[in-house]
Design a protein around this ligand. Sequence first.
Ligand SMILES: *[C@@H]1O[C@H](CO)[C@@H](O)[C@H](O)[C@H]1NC(C)=O
Ligand SMILES: *[C@@H]1O[C@H](CO)[C@@H](O)[C@H](O)[C@H]1NC(C)=O
Ligand SMILES: *[C@@H]1O[C@H](CO)[C@@H](O)[C@H](O)[C@H]1NC(C)=O
Ligand SMILES: *[C@@H]1O[C@H](CO)[C@@H](O)[C@H](O)[C@H]1NC(C)=O
Ligand SMILES: *[C@@H]1O[C@H](CO)[C@@H](O)[C@H](O)[C@H]1NC(C)=O
Length: 766
Amino acid sequence: MALKFTFLLSVVLACVAAQSTSYRVCVSSSSTSQCQSLDRDDSQAFCTSVESRVDCALQLARGTVDIGYFTEEELLVLADLQSTDHRVVATIRDSTRQDPVSFEAVAVVPNSHSGGLQALRGGKYCHPGLGEPTLRWSPRVEKALEVAAAGTDRCPDADINHKTAEEMEASTLSQFFGESCRPGAWSANATHDAELKRQFPNLCALCGPNSQCDYTIEMGVNIAGVNNNNAHIKALECLRTGGSVAYVAWQHAKEFFITRNPEAAGNFSILCPDNSQVALTAANLNLNTAPCAFVRQPWSAIVASTARATEVQASLRAWWPTLVSPNDGSWRSTLYSILVPTWSNARVNFEDTLLSPANYTGPIRTVPSSHSATSCIPARNWCTVSEREFLKCQWVRSAAYTLGIQPTIACQQRNNYFECLRGVRDRQVDFLATPANYGYLARQNYRLAPVKLMQNQRTNEKSFSRVTALLRNSTATSEVTRFENLKGKKACFPEFGGISYVSFVRTAQQIGVLSASECDYAKAVGEFFEGACAPGALDATHALSETNYDATPLCTACRSANVTTNFTCDWNYNDNLYFGNNGSLACLADNEVHVAFVETQNLAAHLTQLNLDGNQFRALCKNNSLAINNGIAAIDDNCLLSYVVDSEVLTRRNDPAFNSISTLLDTLEKYFGYSASAGTQHINLEIFSAFDGTNDLLFKNTAVGFSEPTAATTNEPAKNYVELFQHLQACTGAGSNIPVPGLANRSFYSIFTLLASALLTRFVVY
Ligand SMILES: *[C@@H]1O[C@H](CO)[C@@H](O)[C@H](O)[C@H]1NC(C)=O
Ligand SMILES: *[C@@H]1O[C@H](CO)[C@@H](O)[C@H](O)[C@H]1NC(C)=O
Ligand SMILES: *[C@@H]1O[C@H](CO)[C@@H](O)[C@H](O)[C@H]1NC(C)=O
Ligand SMILES: *[C@@H]1O[C@H](CO)[C@@H](O)[C@H](O)[C@H]1NC(C)=O
Ligand SMILES: *[C@@H]1O[C@H](CO)[C@@H](O)[C@H](O)[C@H]1NC(C)=O
């Protein structure tokens, strides 16, 4: 009996113990297949799927997960934003190396060098290359010597207008150094990169014969243990054969001078950030830690929530006693493969003291505060419209700053898109992504221009803006079969100046029922219809400041939610029952209204919600004839008035910072977009994905990347979007920074009307 009881008790205790030492481990949502093999036998760990490691950090801080792995650069971001929320329980090191850090970046110079960093002026600079993948150097690491020697972070007398950060940097370097070799991408924008290399050829002149700014110098025979294809070895060979300075990793400098060219070691020194020089003696070369370094990088690490760090470490020690994977097919092996990256020779090193990320990284490497840092191009302010979005922006800012991406980002919060649009216009903030629905108002009222258009998921119809014109069946059969017939009728629009409104104006201009010389879109529509609902038409956020037109006719068909007031032109769901796409449908259904212009993305859902049958409507197509059949299924792509991207990034038209914002966005896409694979990303933050479980922050989740705001793009919906605003652009010079494309392209209106409308605009608008 007693025995039985003891047995039961121990079972119960074991269960309790298992329960209490069950850890939630962050697993990337793209690799959850590991979770099944973790969740088996007596496993004491299970998966929590996260969109990114940034999401993991947020969950750790909140206590909803217990363990996660973070890269070297991610630890620096944690140190910046969550300095005391976590503990480093183990670092991941290379078992073949004794180095206390994952790399050190050093400057090697000939012994004959004297005069410190400033004396490198005019010298021959040998760099391993930007974006060189093997050692995972961030741009900040790659450029540390350049900042220290050439002062690329300051350009007091330079004209920065219309220049990019990359251009300022290359220009400063080109003036400071003589013939050099600095391979790799100087800009994430390939066109810009090629342009810079043409402009500053001395920075590629030392790379070797027939080089495209890649090392082609003669490397000689391969020595066992040293890889001649390694970019750092190439940079050192560039130095040995006449260079003035090589900026390389200490581990490769050791290989080079111990194994490959021992005879040369005596002729070279390390140049320190404090301008001192240390000879490469045999004793110095055998040091695990360089005599001095421009950057020392902490090893990546396994991090636990502060509350559970001690028990997590004790458990991991028990599960991985050999510090490498048990490799026995057990859940412990699976846990190892989740938490330890797959580089060869990776080994866990349990830390004796459980330090916060800030205390762990601090003594090894600190990134100067963004507030105290200098830069050529001042920080650009990103406008956000909610607290969640502001938080995501803060992480993007910190991640981009930590990596050394220029210009730096600052985040600001406003209450809505219109406050942001006004803020950009008034130079309080600089840029933001907005829905295509505000494209017209942003251009016309706020004088902004697109710096990028979003690329949407090509096969996801709902990720685009698709606008159609819907008639009630009875109207379609009796009164309206062409756009001409709409004159004097009543119309509903989701919002004044919105994408459906502009799509109608453009189509009507192209068909010829609205005059192409009328640049006031409120007047054009207000006088064409005999009453309409275009919510917002009277509000200062939407109304056109230049017009004398009284837009009241654009509100007469709206319906107030307040039964005591008949008139409304409000642009919110609460006060105006006909606001929005669903409101326009309701307007069409229960009114004397003849036509509604709506986006089709959620049409079926709206119809269901409003208890309407789609078959009571018929589309009027862009080719000025009715759709063949009733119903929304009959609306094919050719029938649409618009098929365009769903959002764009806006900034001030002709702003001196326009180009630098454009390439900043290219750089952000390179490091945090879908083209950056999670495996090689320095900082696993996904700008186009959900952030901490919330969709559509900074960018809509439908975005997959950027495209250029030019009609020359191969992206059809982007091209359509640019063309949608070409008339407006001809009217006001609005819409874009890019030159107006050749007049021959403008098939829809003649050169005469174009010129006439341009002249008229000056007359009307100014
Ligand atoms: C970036 O590349 C595009 C072509 O892909 C080009 O049109 C644009 O001008 C480039 N930006 C800069 C700043 O050169
Ligand atoms: C190193 O310097 C010595 C003396 O200046 C010179 O004789 C020797 O050739 C140099 N060695 C190399 C490899 O450059
Ligand atoms: C971090 O360092 C500070 C200052 O040395 C110290 O007060 C604090 O206790 C440390 N915290 C952790 C978690 O290591
Ligand atoms: C349209 O949708 C919004 C929110 O999705 C809702 O508040 C509003 O009541 C709807 N309008 C109509 C007319 O159903
Ligand atoms: C107009 O376009 C619609 C939709 O593609 C098509 O069904 C219809 O046949 C076209 N009408 C004419 C006259 O081309």
